[in-house]
Design a protein around this ligand. Structure first.
Ligand SMILES: Cc1cc2nc3c(=O)[nH]c(=O)nc-3n(C[C@H](O)[C@H](O)[C@H](O)COP(=O)(O)OP(=O)(O)OC[C@H]3O[C@@H](n4cnc5c(N)ncnc54)[C@H](O)[C@@H]3O)c2cc1C
Length: 380
């Protein structure tokens, strides 16, 4: 079968791109190795934080505001909750770069943000206890995206617009020219004019089929839900949070619909080959220990684990993304290396990808995410 566009990897980025392409009338095929949303990539675990005053740098804010607008449009069209406005609290030392970036983002882009002393934080949220040298930045407009529901919404709406999604189709070979793309799975061959490659943690394998060698490192990540006092930690009272401690960077979610308090550690993890099964939660002592010692120090005195899960980040060396056209094939766009903070952007990145492969350009400034910044790039 021949299509206008084929998308390889219908996860966070690919599914969003498929929605925008189908909506613009393009004959679109999405291929995925699993049946998205699923638990074999980077998008499961129910929730992802979205915040706009951005600790990773204010250069991200325009794309965040575009993402916010597009999530709201999607939620309206879908008719069910995709975003819960819990507010997000950033905690850390006053002089930390992350905290300073949050404050400067809010100033530059006039975003609502309350900068609080430790005393004010401890008074406002009974479930938090921090020392004097720490500061809190509360952004009331931010919150939580229900990640699997978002992907499901994009999928159903794309299919309603005529897109074809074929699950359990692992792409094993690609033949590309500027005019035509041939995509092979185990038993089938598809062709198209253009291609989007958005393979998440599996990107190295797919990009090598396009003669690209990028410094992408898949990492095993763990996160867990803990039993919590619902009066204190429910989603109406307690915010989502990011917390830079002396040990590392942690994040967490209130107990949404009584699911329990969810926490994870952002800054560590074991490098993995995504084709091997991930070692399950609790395989390593630190899987649970890291989280319980963090909770004990700042949140709950006696944390009691409900259950934990594993997932994958795909890191770039500078932790900025790769979203770009292929240097040799303008009909091929690539989205990879979302370094553990990409989900919130998938609405805007999906739209930008759809524009790159149809118009050859996008109004969104993607210069931060250029492929060329990596010296290791090797074009054959
Ligand atoms: C524990 C955890 C917590 C996170 N927290 C946040 C957060 O709070 N906020 C935030 O913004 N981001 C967060 N992230 C990051 C965010 O979830 C990821 O950046 C994002 O999901 C990456 O999207 P993706 O499209 O690259 O990958 P995925 O969503 O995994 O999609 C890739 C898809 O490609 C498919 N695929 C791969 N290879 C092939 C092939 N050969 N053939 C066919 N299909 C293929 C896969 O099956 C998969 O469906 C978190 C990630 C994790 C793991």
């Amino acid at each position: 079968m021949h299509y206008d566009i084929i998308i390889i990897g219908a996860g966070s980025m690919g599914m969003a791109a498929g929605y925008y392409l189908a909506k613009s009338g393009k004959n679109t095929l999405l291929l995925d190795a699993f049946d998205p949303p699923h638990t074999e990539g980077s998008h499961h675990g129910e929730t992802r934080i979205i915040r706009y005053a951005y600790g990773e740098g204010e250069k991200y804010v325009p794309l965040l505001l575009q993402s916010k607008k597009l999530w709201a449009e999607l939620e309206k069209e879908w008719g069910q909750t995709l975003f819960t406005k819990t507010g997000v609290l950033t905690l850390g030392p006053k002089d930390s770069t992350f905290v300073q970036n949050v404050i400067s983002s809010a100033k530059t882009y006039d975003l609502p943000l309350t900068v609080m002393t430790a005393k004010e934080v401890n008074e406002k949220w009974k479930g938090i206890s921090i020392d004097e040298h720490l500061t809190g930045c509360f952004e009331p407009t931010s919150g939580v995206l229900h990640s699997e529901r978002c992907i499901e919404a994009y999928r159903k709406l794309a299919e309603e617009e005529g897109a074809t999604l074929l699950p359990y189709r692992k792409v094993i070979n690609l033949i590309v020219s500027e005019e035509r793309v041939t995509v092979e799975t185990d038993n089938e061959t598809f062709t198209s004019k253009s291609l989007i490659v958005s393979g998440g943690a599996y990107s190295n394998e797919l990009l090598s089929m396009l003669h690209l060698d990028l410094p992408l490192q898949p990492i095993r990540k763990t996160f867990a839900w803990f039993n919590s006092d619902e009066e204190i930690y429910n989603e109406r009272e307690f915010p989502a949070f990011g917390f830079e401690t002396e040990e590392g960077m942690y994040y967490g979610f209130p107990s949404i619909n009584r699911a329990g308090l969810k926490v994870g550690r952002h800054d560590t993890g074991h490098p993995v080959d995504p084709n091997n099964p991930l070692k399950e939660f609790s395989t390593y002592k630190e899987d649970e220990q890291d989280l319980t010692s963090f909770l004990k120090q700042f949140i709950v005195q006696e944390p009691s684990l409900k259950y934990g899960k594993t997932c994958m980040y795909t890191m770039t060396p500078d932790e900025d993304f790769i979203v770009d056209s292929h240097p040799n094939y303008p009909n091929v766009a690539i989205a990879a290396g979302f370094s553990g903070h990409g989900f919130k952007f998938s609405s805007a990145i999906g739209k930008a990808l759809s524009e790159l492969v149809t118009k050859g350009e996008t109004e969104q400034d993607l210069s931060l995410f250029s492929l060329e910044r990596f010296e290791k790039k090797k074009l054959v």
